[in-house]
Design a protein around this ligand. Structure first.
Ligand code: C2E
Ligand code: CA
Ligand code: CA
Ligand code: CA
Length: 279
């Protein structure tokens, strides 16, 4: 990364604090890591309740710099966003996830897992995003319904252009999931204007389902909103069988969480699929 003169002056004046310094170093390291191929995608199953059959997977990025422990996306995605590198990193994520989705499409057809791909706020503000998605689909011969783009409410509200980008994405025929649903400030307003196909109900609403009436009422309302609007609801962060049972009773038909499977490499997903024998 090249610092501007102003950045340098600020750094020399000591105003660039330890965190900003750390971010600048991390941003430079990320760029190098992308060049050296240090990123990979893991896939976490999204299952149907109550059978537990895998119907989809969410692509989750990991960064493993040489001889170092894996770095969590929670640490580097914000830095990639801030530095703008998310555009290149996002292009790599999109291409890699579509390549894996195309393998599953070839092996299992429409019965194969749909692949959810996370897109960050900065990417949603990039007018080239729908074109990049269309390009990745055609490069890999992938039907648009094989992927779902995950966006957050915060990202959609980040600017006027974001909503237009969302509409263009939907017009491509890809699925659109509202991630961390319920945690934003205007979830319900957004549903009137944003053409999503899936609501991913945030883990915070799923965590305390041990019989408290309020939590159950909220979780139940969120699944009702989804079904009333003809959307699919996915419960996020399910960690126990008891939660899965309660969610099913509250109307949830899809779930994701450590109880079913952690994020794993693509090859591991094939082992989990109960696909009919291909002849
Ligand atoms: P997210 O999109 O909400 O993804 C769900 C996170 O919850 C993942 O963390 C997943 O591993 C974790 N999780 C799943 N089931 C459980 C569970 O039962 N219990 C608990 N405690 N956690 C569970 P991860 O992989 O560390 O990703 C964190 C965040 O980083 C993601 O949150 C997403 O915002 C971002 N992220 C990850 N991969 C990508 C990517 O490819 N692109 C972008 N833009 N962001 C990504
Ligand atoms: Ca997500
Ligand atoms: Ca989420
Ligand atoms: Ca989240």
């Amino acid at each position: 990364a090249k610092y501007t003169g102003t950045d340098r002056a600020r750094e020399h004046s000591g105003a660039l604090d330890a965190t900003a310094q750390h971010h600048a170093e991390l941003a430079a390291a990320l760029r190098g890591g992308l060049r050296r191929g240090e990123f990979r995608l893991l896939y976490q199953p999204i299952v149907e309740l109550p059978s537990g059959a895998v119907t989809g997977v969410e692509a989750l990025i990991r960064w493993q710099p040489d001889d170092q422990p894996v770095i969590s996306p929670a640490e580097f995605i914000p830095v990639a966003e801030h530095s703008g590198l998310i555009i290149d990193l996002g292009a790599w994520i999109l291409d890699t996830a579509c390549a894996d989705a195309a393998v599953w499409q070839l092996r299992y057809g429409a019965a194969g897992p749909r692949v959810n791909i996370n897109v960050s706020a900065r990417q949603l503000l990039d007018p080239d995003l729908p074109g990049m998605v269309a390009g990745a689909l055609s490069r890999h011969g992938l039907a648009p319904d094989r992927i779902t783009i995950e966006i957050t409410e915060t990202a959609v509200f980040a600017g006027g252009a974001a909503m237009e980008t969302v509409r263009e994405l939907r017009e491509l025929g890809v699925g659109l999931a509202l991630d961390d649903f319920g945690t934003g400030h205007s979830s319900l307003t957004l549903l009137r204007t944003c053409p999503v196909t899936t609501l991913k109900v945030d883990k915070s609403f799923i965590d305390d389902l041990n019989g408290t009436a309020e939590q159950e009422a909220i979780a139940s309302s969120l699944s009702t909103i989804a079904s009333t609007l003809g959307l699919r609801a996915v419960a996020e962060g399910v960690e126990t069988q008891d939660q899965a049972d309660r969610l099913y009773a509250l109307g949830y038909r899809y779930a994701q969480g450590y109880h079913f499977a952690r994020p794993i490499p693509a090859e591991g997903i094939d082992a989990l699929l109960n696909a009919p024998m291909l002849t």
